[in-house]
Design a binder for this molecule. Sequence first.
Ligand SMILES: Cc1cc2nc3c(=O)[nH]c(=O)nc-3n(C[C@H](O)[C@H](O)[C@H](O)COP(=O)(O)OP(=O)(O)OC[C@H]3O[C@@H](n4cnc5c(N)ncnc54)[C@H](O)[C@@H]3O)c2cc1C
Length: 333
Amino acid sequence: MIRSNFSLLHYNTFGIDETAQLFFSFTTINELIEFLTNNFRKDLPFFVLGGGSNVLLTKPFAGTIIHPENTGIDIIEETDTEVFVKVAAGEIWDDFVQWAVEHNLHGVENLSYIPGCVGASPVQNIGAYGAEAKDSIYQVECLSVADVKKRIFNNTECKFGYRDSIFKHDEAGKYIVTHVVFRLLKHAPFNLEYGSLQNIDAATATLQTVRDTIIEIRKSKLPDPKEIGSAGSFFKNPVIPNEQAELLKNTYPNMVTYPAGDGFTKIAAGWLIDSLGLKGFSIGGAQVHPKQALVLTNKGGATSSDVVSLAKHIQQQVLDTYRITISPEVIYL
Ligand SMILES: Cc1cc2nc3c(=O)[nH]c(=O)nc-3n(C[C@H](O)[C@H](O)[C@H](O)COP(=O)(O)OP(=O)(O)OC[C@H]3O[C@@H](n4cnc5c(N)ncnc54)[C@H](O)[C@@H]3O)c2cc1C
């Protein structure tokens, strides 16, 4: 269905009210093929919007939003040890995780309760609690916008990295992910290394108890987008040369850092923001979450410029104090 001047209020977890010049949603691949062949405005930019949980709408979008609403979770192959499951891009990510858990299939349980749709999972290579989508993705099925042809990327071709893939670089803006095929395991040890998951007893754990624990922890730490608008972690953790990190550590011994390899150190952006006393700080309706400094929220009626101003203020404060540039992880549209 194609609509004009369409409000995206209910299509982004920040709850920002901006419009799209054109909005197209599809429930079948034939609808998508028909649209791209006959109705697609090649003179305008386009953007594929899943659940809008990693985007910040900054202005009316003068182009076409393509929104997958195709559904389906199908077992396409099974061996003694593994099951290949083809999932439509429009499926809610966490519904798929619940499906896997109910079918006793291992691989995605640690990614429970991440907002968004399945189509974004390879693009973002979503990750949490020591697991990443790339560990379970077998192949990604796409339609090429330019020639409306099907293209399949295998796991290696996706060039997965930290919250990163080929779909954000070499192939950015060229493909619409229509399905993702996951390789799930019938038997596998639980991945309970990460933080408070270590409290789970591996001997008695089940996929459902691991999932329930993760959901409980996530709900206690992060604002639930169903209740408070946000896009999760707003900034990336900056990576700086070891020498600069050592100098900073001398002055700020509590600074949270992680080795990033090759002479570089990763700094926890949340620590930087928190150390400046910015938790709870707000501009208009946009607020730094009072409990989680890395998350910017819509405390009610936030406009896109409120969020952009708040983000700029934080970036400037961090730069002035630490001489470190932090950049948004969230995509500005
Ligand atoms: C409270 C909260 C917690 C979060 N926690 C985590 C976390 O623990 N780990 C994590 O990795 N992320 C997390 N996120 C970020 C977010 O959930 C993920 O990035 C998610 O994959 C985004 O999915 P989406 O469908 O909302 O994508 P969108 O935000 O709509 O889009 C994200 C990107 O994917 C592209 N895209 C989406 N669908 C398609 C498609 N079908 N074809 C081609 N491109 C597509 C878009 O063009 C865009 O570039 C969190 C977000 C929130 C709000």
